[in-house]
Design a protein around this ligand. Structure first.
Ligand SMILES: Cc1cc2nc3c(=O)[nH]c(=O)nc-3n(C[C@H](O)[C@H](O)[C@H](O)COP(=O)(O)OP(=O)(O)OC[C@H]3O[C@@H](n4cnc5c(N)ncnc54)[C@H](O)[C@@H]3O)c2cc1C
Length: 468
Protein backbone atom coordinates (compact mmCIF):
# COMPACT_ATOMS: atom_id res chain seq x y z
CA UNK A 1 0.00 0.00 0.00
CA UNK A 2 1.41 3.44 -0.97
CA UNK A 3 2.21 5.92 1.80
CA UNK A 4 -0.40 8.64 2.65
CA UNK A 5 1.54 11.37 0.74
CA UNK A 6 1.55 9.32 -2.45
CA UNK A 7 -2.16 8.56 -1.98
CA UNK A 8 -2.89 12.28 -1.43
CA UNK A 9 -0.90 13.21 -4.56
CA UNK A 10 -2.75 10.57 -6.59
CA UNK A 11 -6.14 11.90 -5.40
CA UNK A 12 -5.13 15.54 -6.14
CA UNK A 13 -3.85 14.65 -9.58
CA UNK A 14 -7.12 12.75 -10.32
CA UNK A 15 -9.17 15.79 -9.20
CA UNK A 16 -7.13 18.13 -11.42
CA UNK A 17 -7.38 15.78 -14.40
CA UNK A 18 -11.13 15.32 -14.06
CA UNK A 19 -11.63 19.07 -13.61
CA UNK A 20 -9.75 19.78 -16.83
CA UNK A 21 -11.43 16.94 -18.70
CA UNK A 22 -15.12 16.40 -17.86
CA UNK A 23 -16.40 12.82 -17.55
CA UNK A 24 -16.78 11.21 -20.96
CA UNK A 25 -15.01 14.07 -22.73
CA UNK A 26 -11.81 12.08 -23.09
CA UNK A 27 -13.58 10.05 -25.73
CA UNK A 28 -15.21 13.01 -27.46
CA UNK A 29 -12.73 13.27 -30.32
CA UNK A 30 -12.91 9.51 -31.02
CA UNK A 31 -16.73 9.68 -30.93
CA UNK A 32 -16.75 12.45 -33.53
CA UNK A 33 -14.02 10.85 -35.65
CA UNK A 34 -16.00 7.63 -35.92
CA UNK A 35 -18.70 9.64 -37.74
CA UNK A 36 -16.67 12.12 -39.77
CA UNK A 37 -13.65 9.96 -40.59
CA UNK A 38 -9.92 10.77 -40.62
CA UNK A 39 -8.65 14.06 -42.04
CA UNK A 40 -6.78 12.57 -44.94
CA UNK A 41 -6.03 9.06 -46.15
CA UNK A 42 -3.80 7.58 -43.42
CA UNK A 43 -3.14 10.96 -41.82
CA UNK A 44 -5.63 10.76 -38.96
CA UNK A 45 -5.96 14.05 -37.19
CA UNK A 46 -4.17 17.28 -38.05
CA UNK A 47 -0.89 17.20 -36.07
CA UNK A 48 -1.65 20.61 -34.52
CA UNK A 49 -4.57 19.01 -32.66
CA UNK A 50 -2.75 15.89 -31.46
CA UNK A 51 -2.60 17.03 -27.83
CA UNK A 52 -6.31 17.71 -27.51
CA UNK A 53 -8.83 15.01 -26.63
CA UNK A 54 -11.85 17.07 -27.60
CA UNK A 55 -12.94 17.82 -31.17
CA UNK A 56 -11.73 21.25 -32.33
CA UNK A 57 -14.66 23.18 -33.82
CA UNK A 58 -13.64 26.21 -35.88
CA UNK A 59 -16.42 28.67 -36.69
CA UNK A 60 -15.62 31.17 -39.44
CA UNK A 61 -17.95 34.18 -39.33
CA UNK A 62 -19.44 35.76 -36.20
CA UNK A 63 -22.73 36.78 -37.74
CA UNK A 64 -26.23 35.52 -37.02
CA UNK A 65 -25.38 31.89 -37.82
CA UNK A 66 -21.85 31.71 -36.37
CA UNK A 67 -22.77 33.34 -33.05
CA UNK A 68 -25.72 31.00 -32.61
CA UNK A 69 -23.41 28.00 -33.07
CA UNK A 70 -20.90 29.33 -30.57
CA UNK A 71 -23.52 30.20 -27.94
CA UNK A 72 -25.16 26.80 -28.20
CA UNK A 73 -21.89 24.89 -27.94
CA UNK A 74 -21.20 26.30 -24.48
CA UNK A 75 -21.78 22.98 -22.71
CA UNK A 76 -20.64 20.59 -25.45
CA UNK A 77 -17.43 18.58 -24.99
CA UNK A 78 -15.63 20.47 -27.76
CA UNK A 79 -13.02 23.22 -28.06
CA UNK A 80 -14.19 26.23 -30.07
CA UNK A 81 -12.27 28.82 -32.07
CA UNK A 82 -14.24 31.69 -33.61
CA UNK A 83 -12.66 33.59 -36.51
CA UNK A 84 -14.02 36.86 -37.88
CA UNK A 85 -12.53 39.77 -39.80
CA UNK A 86 -14.30 42.15 -37.41
CA UNK A 87 -14.26 42.12 -33.61
CA UNK A 88 -18.01 42.74 -33.39
CA UNK A 89 -21.34 41.25 -34.34
CA UNK A 90 -23.43 43.49 -36.56
CA UNK A 91 -27.22 43.77 -36.29
CA UNK A 92 -27.93 44.27 -40.01
CA UNK A 93 -31.70 44.89 -39.75
CA UNK A 94 -30.97 48.39 -38.38
CA UNK A 95 -28.11 49.21 -40.75
CA UNK A 96 -30.34 51.52 -42.78
CA UNK A 97 -30.89 53.63 -39.64
CA UNK A 98 -27.13 54.21 -39.37
CA UNK A 99 -27.10 55.24 -43.03
CA UNK A 100 -29.91 57.71 -42.40
CA UNK A 101 -28.44 59.17 -39.18
CA UNK A 102 -31.02 57.73 -36.77
CA UNK A 103 -28.57 55.46 -34.92
CA UNK A 104 -24.85 55.58 -34.23
CA UNK A 105 -22.75 52.66 -35.51
CA UNK A 106 -21.94 51.57 -31.94
CA UNK A 107 -25.65 51.09 -31.21
CA UNK A 108 -26.01 48.21 -33.66
CA UNK A 109 -22.82 46.28 -32.93
CA UNK A 110 -21.55 44.33 -29.93
CA UNK A 111 -17.91 43.42 -29.31
CA UNK A 112 -17.42 39.67 -29.67
CA UNK A 113 -15.12 39.38 -26.68
CA UNK A 114 -17.62 41.03 -24.36
CA UNK A 115 -20.48 38.89 -25.74
CA UNK A 116 -18.47 35.74 -25.12
CA UNK A 117 -16.70 36.67 -21.91
CA UNK A 118 -16.75 33.89 -19.35
CA UNK A 119 -16.94 31.23 -22.06
CA UNK A 120 -13.91 29.26 -23.09
CA UNK A 121 -13.94 30.37 -26.70
CA UNK A 122 -10.83 31.35 -28.57
CA UNK A 123 -11.78 34.47 -30.56
CA UNK A 124 -9.39 35.29 -33.42
CA UNK A 125 -9.50 38.42 -35.55
CA UNK A 126 -8.54 37.39 -39.09
CA UNK A 127 -9.89 37.15 -42.62
CA UNK A 128 -10.29 33.60 -43.89
CA UNK A 129 -8.82 33.64 -47.37
CA UNK A 130 -9.18 29.97 -48.24
CA UNK A 131 -9.67 26.44 -46.91
CA UNK A 132 -7.77 23.20 -47.31
CA UNK A 133 -10.58 20.70 -46.91
CA UNK A 134 -8.27 17.65 -47.15
CA UNK A 135 -5.79 18.86 -44.52
CA UNK A 136 -8.66 20.37 -42.50
CA UNK A 137 -7.22 23.83 -42.09
CA UNK A 138 -8.63 27.32 -42.44
CA UNK A 139 -6.15 29.61 -44.17
CA UNK A 140 -6.33 33.19 -42.93
CA UNK A 141 -4.36 36.38 -43.57
CA UNK A 142 -2.69 35.79 -40.19
CA UNK A 143 -1.94 32.08 -40.37
CA UNK A 144 -3.56 28.65 -40.48
CA UNK A 145 -6.05 27.16 -38.00
CA UNK A 146 -6.63 23.38 -37.88
CA UNK A 147 -10.06 21.91 -37.21
CA UNK A 148 -11.87 18.63 -36.75
CA UNK A 149 -15.23 20.22 -37.50
CA UNK A 150 -15.62 23.40 -39.53
CA UNK A 151 -18.58 25.77 -39.52
CA UNK A 152 -18.42 28.15 -42.49
CA UNK A 153 -20.77 31.12 -41.95
CA UNK A 154 -19.21 34.09 -43.71
CA UNK A 155 -22.51 35.44 -45.04
CA UNK A 156 -22.94 37.39 -48.26
CA UNK A 157 -21.66 40.51 -50.01
CA UNK A 158 -23.32 43.14 -52.21
CA UNK A 159 -23.59 42.00 -55.80
CA UNK A 160 -23.54 44.35 -58.80
CA UNK A 161 -24.34 43.45 -62.41
CA UNK A 162 -21.19 45.21 -63.70
CA UNK A 163 -17.95 46.77 -62.54
CA UNK A 164 -19.08 50.20 -63.75
CA UNK A 165 -22.30 50.03 -61.77
CA UNK A 166 -20.29 48.98 -58.70
CA UNK A 167 -17.94 51.92 -59.18
CA UNK A 168 -20.75 54.44 -59.57
CA UNK A 169 -23.03 53.29 -56.72
CA UNK A 170 -22.90 52.85 -52.99
CA UNK A 171 -24.03 49.64 -51.28
CA UNK A 172 -25.68 49.09 -47.90
CA UNK A 173 -24.30 45.79 -46.72
CA UNK A 174 -21.93 46.40 -43.84
CA UNK A 175 -21.09 49.04 -41.25
CA UNK A 176 -18.55 50.82 -43.46
CA UNK A 177 -21.17 51.09 -46.21
CA UNK A 178 -23.71 52.59 -43.80
CA UNK A 179 -21.32 55.20 -42.40
CA UNK A 180 -20.12 56.11 -45.89
CA UNK A 181 -23.68 56.42 -47.15
CA UNK A 182 -24.70 58.67 -44.25
CA UNK A 183 -21.77 60.98 -44.96
CA UNK A 184 -22.43 61.04 -48.71
CA UNK A 185 -26.12 61.90 -48.25
CA UNK A 186 -25.31 64.78 -45.90
CA UNK A 187 -22.49 65.93 -48.16
CA UNK A 188 -24.94 66.24 -51.09
CA UNK A 189 -26.94 68.79 -49.07
CA UNK A 190 -23.81 70.74 -48.18
CA UNK A 191 -22.79 70.83 -51.86
CA UNK A 192 -26.29 71.92 -52.90
CA UNK A 193 -26.14 74.88 -50.51
CA UNK A 194 -23.16 76.20 -52.50
CA UNK A 195 -24.77 75.63 -55.88
CA UNK A 196 -26.46 78.71 -57.37
CA UNK A 197 -27.83 76.88 -60.41
CA UNK A 198 -31.22 75.26 -59.78
CA UNK A 199 -30.75 72.52 -62.36
CA UNK A 200 -27.44 71.48 -60.83
CA UNK A 201 -28.95 71.63 -57.33
CA UNK A 202 -31.73 69.30 -58.42
CA UNK A 203 -29.07 66.99 -59.81
CA UNK A 204 -27.15 66.95 -56.52
CA UNK A 205 -30.32 66.32 -54.52
CA UNK A 206 -31.60 63.40 -56.62
CA UNK A 207 -31.27 60.24 -54.54
CA UNK A 208 -31.89 56.98 -56.37
CA UNK A 209 -32.25 53.62 -54.66
CA UNK A 210 -32.10 50.63 -56.96
CA UNK A 211 -34.00 47.66 -55.51
CA UNK A 212 -37.46 47.61 -53.96
CA UNK A 213 -36.79 44.84 -51.44
CA UNK A 214 -36.74 45.43 -47.67
CA UNK A 215 -33.30 47.15 -47.67
CA UNK A 216 -34.24 49.59 -50.47
CA UNK A 217 -37.70 50.35 -49.07
CA UNK A 218 -36.54 50.83 -45.47
CA UNK A 219 -33.64 53.07 -46.48
CA UNK A 220 -35.80 55.13 -48.85
CA UNK A 221 -38.43 55.72 -46.14
CA UNK A 222 -35.89 56.73 -43.54
CA UNK A 223 -33.90 58.88 -46.00
CA UNK A 224 -37.09 60.68 -46.98
CA UNK A 225 -37.82 61.43 -43.30
CA UNK A 226 -34.28 62.81 -42.96
CA UNK A 227 -34.74 64.99 -46.04
CA UNK A 228 -37.98 66.43 -44.63
CA UNK A 229 -36.26 67.15 -41.36
CA UNK A 230 -33.25 68.86 -42.94
CA UNK A 231 -35.44 70.96 -45.17
CA UNK A 232 -38.08 71.83 -42.59
CA UNK A 233 -35.71 72.85 -39.85
CA UNK A 234 -32.55 74.26 -41.19
CA UNK A 235 -32.21 74.66 -44.88
CA UNK A 236 -32.23 78.26 -45.83
CA UNK A 237 -32.07 78.36 -49.61
CA UNK A 238 -33.12 74.77 -50.28
CA UNK A 239 -36.53 73.86 -51.57
CA UNK A 240 -38.22 70.48 -50.94
CA UNK A 241 -39.31 70.42 -54.57
CA UNK A 242 -35.67 70.30 -55.61
CA UNK A 243 -35.10 67.03 -53.71
CA UNK A 244 -36.15 63.66 -55.07
CA UNK A 245 -36.00 60.20 -53.58
CA UNK A 246 -36.66 57.49 -56.19
CA UNK A 247 -36.88 53.72 -55.84
CA UNK A 248 -36.27 51.75 -59.03
CA UNK A 249 -37.70 48.23 -58.91
CA UNK A 250 -37.13 45.77 -61.73
CA UNK A 251 -39.33 42.82 -60.79
CA UNK A 252 -42.91 43.98 -60.36
CA UNK A 253 -44.06 45.40 -57.06
CA UNK A 254 -42.13 46.56 -54.01
CA UNK A 255 -41.48 44.06 -51.20
CA UNK A 256 -42.32 41.11 -53.45
CA UNK A 257 -41.63 38.52 -50.74
CA UNK A 258 -44.37 40.05 -48.57
CA UNK A 259 -47.03 39.36 -51.20
CA UNK A 260 -48.90 41.78 -53.50
CA UNK A 261 -51.25 43.24 -50.85
CA UNK A 262 -48.54 44.39 -48.45
CA UNK A 263 -46.28 45.42 -51.35
CA UNK A 264 -49.03 47.76 -52.58
CA UNK A 265 -49.66 49.09 -49.07
CA UNK A 266 -45.98 49.94 -48.70
CA UNK A 267 -45.86 51.57 -52.13
CA UNK A 268 -48.94 53.67 -51.34
CA UNK A 269 -47.40 54.81 -48.06
CA UNK A 270 -44.09 55.74 -49.71
CA UNK A 271 -45.69 57.56 -52.65
CA UNK A 272 -47.90 59.43 -50.17
CA UNK A 273 -44.74 60.75 -48.56
CA UNK A 274 -43.39 62.03 -51.87
CA UNK A 275 -41.11 59.12 -52.85
CA UNK A 276 -41.13 58.21 -56.55
CA UNK A 277 -41.40 54.55 -57.52
CA UNK A 278 -40.17 53.66 -61.03
CA UNK A 279 -40.57 50.25 -62.67
CA UNK A 280 -37.64 49.20 -64.79
CA UNK A 281 -34.48 47.23 -65.14
CA UNK A 282 -31.24 49.18 -64.70
CA UNK A 283 -28.84 48.89 -67.63
CA UNK A 284 -26.19 51.42 -66.64
CA UNK A 285 -25.24 54.02 -64.08
CA UNK A 286 -23.42 57.01 -65.52
CA UNK A 287 -22.23 60.15 -63.74
CA UNK A 288 -25.60 61.78 -63.05
CA UNK A 289 -28.00 59.28 -64.66
CA UNK A 290 -29.42 55.80 -64.11
CA UNK A 291 -30.32 54.29 -67.50
CA UNK A 292 -33.13 51.78 -67.78
CA UNK A 293 -33.63 48.97 -70.30
CA UNK A 294 -36.56 50.76 -71.98
CA UNK A 295 -34.26 53.68 -72.84
CA UNK A 296 -35.56 56.03 -70.16
CA UNK A 297 -33.26 57.74 -67.68
CA UNK A 298 -33.57 58.77 -64.03
CA UNK A 299 -31.54 61.73 -62.79
CA UNK A 300 -29.24 60.76 -59.91
CA UNK A 301 -26.83 62.65 -57.69
CA UNK A 302 -26.30 59.60 -55.51
CA UNK A 303 -27.16 56.02 -56.46
CA UNK A 304 -27.60 53.34 -53.82
CA UNK A 305 -27.48 49.74 -55.01
CA UNK A 306 -29.81 47.58 -52.93
CA UNK A 307 -30.69 45.10 -55.64
CA UNK A 308 -28.84 41.96 -54.82
CA UNK A 309 -26.34 40.02 -52.80
CA UNK A 310 -24.20 36.96 -53.46
CA UNK A 311 -22.47 34.47 -51.20
CA UNK A 312 -19.16 35.63 -49.72
CA UNK A 313 -15.91 34.74 -51.48
CA UNK A 314 -15.16 31.78 -49.18
CA UNK A 315 -17.81 29.86 -51.15
CA UNK A 316 -15.26 29.17 -53.90
CA UNK A 317 -13.11 27.23 -51.40
CA UNK A 318 -16.10 25.05 -50.48
CA UNK A 319 -17.57 24.17 -53.85
CA UNK A 320 -16.72 24.27 -57.54
CA UNK A 321 -20.41 24.00 -58.45
CA UNK A 322 -21.96 27.09 -56.82
CA UNK A 323 -25.74 27.39 -56.51
CA UNK A 324 -27.94 30.47 -56.91
CA UNK A 325 -26.05 33.66 -55.99
CA UNK A 326 -22.78 31.74 -55.64
CA UNK A 327 -24.08 29.81 -52.61
CA UNK A 328 -22.82 26.44 -51.40
CA UNK A 329 -25.22 23.53 -51.72
CA UNK A 330 -25.55 21.51 -48.51
CA UNK A 331 -27.62 18.48 -47.52
CA UNK A 332 -30.48 18.55 -45.01
CA UNK A 333 -27.98 18.17 -42.17
CA UNK A 334 -26.42 21.46 -43.41
CA UNK A 335 -23.14 19.72 -44.29
CA UNK A 336 -21.16 19.23 -47.47
CA UNK A 337 -21.95 15.77 -48.84
CA UNK A 338 -18.27 15.33 -49.78
CA UNK A 339 -17.02 16.51 -46.36
CA UNK A 340 -19.43 15.64 -43.55
CA UNK A 341 -17.21 17.47 -41.06
CA UNK A 342 -18.01 20.81 -42.78
CA UNK A 343 -21.20 22.70 -41.94
CA UNK A 344 -22.16 25.64 -44.18
CA UNK A 345 -24.75 28.02 -42.77
CA UNK A 346 -26.63 31.27 -43.29
CA UNK A 347 -26.36 33.38 -46.44
CA UNK A 348 -23.40 31.29 -47.61
CA UNK A 349 -25.50 28.12 -47.86
CA UNK A 350 -28.11 26.94 -50.34
CA UNK A 351 -30.58 24.87 -48.31
CA UNK A 352 -33.42 23.23 -50.23
CA UNK A 353 -33.82 22.70 -53.93
CA UNK A 354 -34.75 24.65 -57.07
CA UNK A 355 -37.13 27.51 -56.32
CA UNK A 356 -37.60 26.31 -52.77
CA UNK A 357 -34.27 27.57 -51.41
CA UNK A 358 -34.44 29.17 -47.99
CA UNK A 359 -34.18 32.98 -48.16
CA UNK A 360 -31.13 34.94 -46.99
CA UNK A 361 -32.57 36.03 -43.65
CA UNK A 362 -31.22 36.43 -40.14
CA UNK A 363 -33.91 34.09 -38.79
CA UNK A 364 -32.82 31.33 -41.21
CA UNK A 365 -29.16 31.81 -40.25
CA UNK A 366 -29.97 31.68 -36.52
CA UNK A 367 -32.06 28.54 -36.76
CA UNK A 368 -29.34 26.87 -38.85
CA UNK A 369 -26.73 27.88 -36.26
CA UNK A 370 -28.76 26.41 -33.42
CA UNK A 371 -29.25 23.19 -35.43
CA UNK A 372 -25.54 22.88 -36.27
CA UNK A 373 -24.61 23.25 -32.59
CA UNK A 374 -27.01 20.44 -31.63
CA UNK A 375 -25.64 18.28 -34.41
CA UNK A 376 -22.02 18.91 -33.36
CA UNK A 377 -22.87 18.11 -29.73
CA UNK A 378 -24.41 14.80 -30.84
CA UNK A 379 -21.26 14.02 -32.86
CA UNK A 380 -19.00 14.73 -29.89
CA UNK A 381 -21.11 12.66 -27.51
CA UNK A 382 -21.42 9.74 -29.92
CA UNK A 383 -25.22 10.16 -29.86
CA UNK A 384 -27.31 9.30 -32.95
CA UNK A 385 -27.59 11.92 -35.72
CA UNK A 386 -30.32 14.46 -35.05
CA UNK A 387 -33.23 14.68 -37.56
CA UNK A 388 -32.82 16.83 -40.71
CA UNK A 389 -32.97 20.63 -40.46
CA UNK A 390 -36.42 22.23 -40.77
CA UNK A 391 -36.94 25.98 -40.94
CA UNK A 392 -39.81 27.45 -38.95
CA UNK A 393 -41.00 30.63 -40.67
CA UNK A 394 -41.96 33.20 -38.04
CA UNK A 395 -42.73 35.98 -40.50
CA UNK A 396 -41.12 39.16 -41.78
CA UNK A 397 -41.46 42.92 -41.40
CA UNK A 398 -40.18 46.12 -43.02
CA UNK A 399 -40.63 49.80 -42.20
CA UNK A 400 -41.58 52.39 -44.80
CA UNK A 401 -40.81 55.61 -42.99
CA UNK A 402 -41.72 56.98 -39.58
CA UNK A 403 -44.68 55.23 -37.89
CA UNK A 404 -45.32 52.89 -40.84
CA UNK A 405 -44.36 49.25 -41.45
CA UNK A 406 -45.70 46.12 -43.11
CA UNK A 407 -45.77 42.85 -41.17
CA UNK A 408 -46.46 39.32 -42.36
CA UNK A 409 -46.61 36.64 -39.68
CA UNK A 410 -48.30 33.38 -40.70
CA UNK A 411 -51.92 34.15 -41.64
CA UNK A 412 -51.67 37.67 -40.14
CA UNK A 413 -50.83 40.72 -42.22
CA UNK A 414 -50.89 44.29 -41.01
CA UNK A 415 -49.46 47.67 -41.96
CA UNK A 416 -49.29 51.33 -40.97
CA UNK A 417 -48.99 52.23 -37.27
CA UNK A 418 -49.94 48.77 -35.89
CA UNK A 419 -47.23 47.27 -38.14
CA UNK A 420 -44.73 49.85 -36.98
CA UNK A 421 -45.46 49.18 -33.28
CA UNK A 422 -45.00 45.44 -33.87
CA UNK A 423 -41.73 46.19 -35.69
CA UNK A 424 -40.58 48.35 -32.76
CA UNK A 425 -41.25 45.70 -30.11
CA UNK A 426 -39.67 42.88 -32.13
CA UNK A 427 -36.51 44.84 -32.91
CA UNK A 428 -36.02 45.93 -29.32
CA UNK A 429 -36.39 42.28 -28.27
CA UNK A 430 -33.96 41.07 -30.95
CA UNK A 431 -31.22 43.58 -30.16
CA UNK A 432 -28.68 41.90 -27.93
CA UNK A 433 -27.17 43.64 -24.94
CA UNK A 434 -28.80 45.86 -22.35
CA UNK A 435 -26.65 48.86 -23.28
CA UNK A 436 -27.55 48.71 -26.97
CA UNK A 437 -31.26 48.32 -26.21
CA UNK A 438 -31.26 51.35 -23.92
CA UNK A 439 -29.34 53.52 -26.38
CA UNK A 440 -31.51 52.52 -29.33
CA UNK A 441 -34.72 53.29 -27.42
CA UNK A 442 -33.36 56.77 -26.58
CA UNK A 443 -32.26 57.37 -30.18
CA UNK A 444 -35.68 56.29 -31.48
CA UNK A 445 -37.42 58.58 -29.03
CA UNK A 446 -35.24 61.41 -30.25
CA UNK A 447 -35.67 60.58 -33.97
CA UNK A 448 -39.30 59.51 -34.16
CA UNK A 449 -40.95 61.69 -31.51
CA UNK A 450 -38.75 64.80 -31.45
CA UNK A 451 -37.61 64.47 -35.08
CA UNK A 452 -34.00 64.93 -34.17
CA UNK A 453 -31.28 63.00 -35.98
CA UNK A 454 -28.48 63.08 -33.45
CA UNK A 455 -25.88 61.35 -35.61
CA UNK A 456 -25.87 63.83 -38.48
CA UNK A 457 -22.15 63.66 -39.01
CA UNK A 458 -20.11 63.75 -42.16
CA UNK A 459 -17.39 61.21 -41.47
CA UNK A 460 -13.69 61.92 -41.71
CA UNK A 461 -13.35 59.95 -44.91
CA UNK A 462 -16.21 60.34 -47.34
CA UNK A 463 -15.77 57.70 -50.00
CA UNK A 464 -17.26 58.94 -53.26
CA UNK A 465 -18.79 56.37 -55.59
CA UNK A 466 -15.58 55.28 -57.21
CA UNK A 467 -16.49 56.53 -60.64
CA UNK A 468 -17.44 60.03 -59.42
C1 LIG B 1 -29.20 46.18 -44.77
C2 LIG B 1 -29.66 44.79 -44.42
C3 LIG B 1 -30.85 44.62 -43.72
C4 LIG B 1 -31.29 43.35 -43.38
N1 LIG B 1 -32.47 43.23 -42.70
C5 LIG B 1 -32.89 42.01 -42.32
C6 LIG B 1 -34.08 41.88 -41.55
O1 LIG B 1 -34.74 42.86 -41.22
N2 LIG B 1 -34.47 40.62 -41.20
C7 LIG B 1 -33.75 39.51 -41.56
O2 LIG B 1 -34.15 38.39 -41.21
N3 LIG B 1 -32.64 39.62 -42.30
C8 LIG B 1 -32.19 40.83 -42.67
N4 LIG B 1 -31.04 40.95 -43.42
C9 LIG B 1 -30.35 39.72 -43.85
C10 LIG B 1 -29.48 39.19 -42.74
O3 LIG B 1 -28.59 40.20 -42.32
C11 LIG B 1 -28.65 38.01 -43.24
O4 LIG B 1 -29.50 37.04 -43.79
C12 LIG B 1 -27.86 37.41 -42.09
O5 LIG B 1 -26.96 38.37 -41.60
C13 LIG B 1 -27.09 36.18 -42.54
O6 LIG B 1 -26.39 35.69 -41.44
P1 LIG B 1 -24.97 35.01 -41.66
O7 LIG B 1 -24.54 34.54 -40.31
O8 LIG B 1 -25.03 34.05 -42.77
O9 LIG B 1 -24.03 36.19 -42.16
P2 LIG B 1 -23.65 37.55 -41.43
O10 LIG B 1 -24.58 37.86 -40.34
O11 LIG B 1 -23.49 38.53 -42.53
O12 LIG B 1 -22.24 37.24 -40.79
C14 LIG B 1 -21.13 36.92 -41.56
C15 LIG B 1 -19.90 37.17 -40.70
O13 LIG B 1 -18.77 36.65 -41.38
C16 LIG B 1 -17.71 37.58 -41.32
N5 LIG B 1 -16.88 37.33 -42.50
C17 LIG B 1 -17.21 37.44 -43.79
N6 LIG B 1 -16.20 37.04 -44.58
C18 LIG B 1 -15.21 36.66 -43.75
C19 LIG B 1 -13.91 36.14 -43.96
N7 LIG B 1 -13.44 35.90 -45.19
N8 LIG B 1 -13.15 35.87 -42.90
C20 LIG B 1 -13.60 36.11 -41.63
N9 LIG B 1 -14.83 36.59 -41.38
C21 LIG B 1 -15.63 36.85 -42.43
C22 LIG B 1 -18.38 38.93 -41.32
O14 LIG B 1 -17.55 39.92 -40.74
C23 LIG B 1 -19.63 38.65 -40.48
O15 LIG B 1 -19.38 38.87 -39.11
C24 LIG B 1 -30.55 42.21 -43.76
C25 LIG B 1 -29.36 42.38 -44.45
C26 LIG B 1 -28.91 43.66 -44.77
C27 LIG B 1 -27.62 43.82 -45.51
Amino acid sequence: MADPWTQLLAVLSWIVRSWRRPAGAGAAWQQAARRIGPADEGMGRHPALARSTRPMVVVVGAGFAGMEVVRNLAKAPVDVTLIDRHDYQLFTPLLYQVASAVLAPSEIVRPLRSMLSGRRIDVRLATATSLDLDRRVVITDRGEVAYDILVAATGSVASFPSKTIEQRSLALKDLDDAVTLRSRVLEQFEAARWEPDEKRRRQLLAFVIVGGGPTGVEFAGSLNDLVQLILDRESAGLDRREVSVTIIEGEGSLLRTFGPKLGKQAQRALVGKGILVVQGSVQAVTAGRVKLADGSEVRSGLTVWAAGVRASDLASALTDKPGKGGTVLVDRSLRLTTHPEVFVLGDLAAVGAGDKLLPMLAAVAQQEGEYAARSITALALGAPDIPSFRYRDRGMMATNGRFAAVVKAGPYQFHGLPGWLAWLVVHIALLTGFRNRGLVILSWLSAFVFQNRAVRLIGPSVRKPRGG
